[in-house]
Design a protein around this ligand. Sequence first.
Ligand SMILES: Cc1ncc(COP(=O)(O)O)c(C=O)c1O
Length: 385
Amino acid sequence: MYDFNNVIKRQNTKSEKWDTLDSLKSIPFTVADTDFAVATPIMEAIIDRVAHPILGYTVLEDSFYNSIINFCQRRYNINFKKNMLFITPGVMVGVGIAIDAWTKEGDGIIIQTPVYTPFFKVIEKNKRKLIRNPLKLVNGKFMIDFDDLEEGMKTAKAFLLCNPHNPTGRVFTKEELEKIVELAKKYSVLLISDEIHSDIIYSGQKHLSISSINDYAKSNSITMIAPSKTFNIPGLATSVAIIPDKKLRYTFFSKLKALGLHEGNAFGVIALEAAYTKCDNWLDELIIYLEENRDYVLKYIKDNIPRINISSPEGTFLMWLDFSSYGDHNKIQEALIKNNVILTDGLIYGSEGLGYFRLNIGCPISTLTEGLLRINSAVKELIND
Ligand SMILES: Cc1ncc(COP(=O)(O)O)c(C=O)c1O
């Protein structure tokens, strides 16, 4: 049994989440890393490496590639070959390179809003055209509007999928992925699939990589995965691009190399290998812990703050809370801050985020309990206002 209940002080570690707070009294449930200790085999591998006084360039040995291939085989029953895999210093780097390599200025790229903020930026900063396919809330669940998606596909060059979806926590089903691929094939659209959250999947759900749907998806996609969210090592900036098609991977790798981004960093490489080979039990227990956190939040809110609407996440350690019944967005934000509970402002995920705030549940239950009490106090103030 791993101790995910252990509260670890993160201040003064240059933590983006904990060292940027305006008040030391605040608890942040924001940036998508977790407050859990990294699994022992990963720490041992890093400590072992640090013990050597030279931190030179790092070679990617077969054991590195095999760890990725076997992890994907073991956990997702998908098979990749070594030559399809590329290390990148972050998932968004891989997404940016794919956009740069495979599309040109003015080309349309579809995203499903509300969605992870850098998705907007990577399209706009590369001077591509943003095409929105907003998810629709149907009976409390965020669903794809396929008619709207088809309209978008007609003029799009690429589709940037987020699966599992940040911030809604949707894990798209086989049928949904099949429909996406069918449309992509019909309109010759490339699939850029960010699957960074794919390891955190709750009971009754199954993650399917889009590349496994059929031959079109396989030959027209890049899938980005990483041990970063799962094993809480995003600071090591190490992720993996999977590109089964020979032509696509040639253009991708040429760009990656031209920018000098094709090398791994010493700690990221060994941490990835340890994570993917020695931490399955840790991961299985993490998922159980996070699912309990999710259920705890759902029950607490149902029993105590039923005016907040939540669509239960099927994966990810993120929950998308609808506070809109409390009125003005800024006033809600102010009340949360005043009560020292910091959630991510839903508006950074697009205009669909009005009235929403994202809660990161990747923390010990005691931290989450305190956060919920503070949210409750904040909304009570709004009612009494
Ligand atoms: C969907 C999604 N993609 C990418 C990232 C960032 O990944 P990286 O730091 O590897 O670029 C995040 C981080 O929150 C994310 O939620």
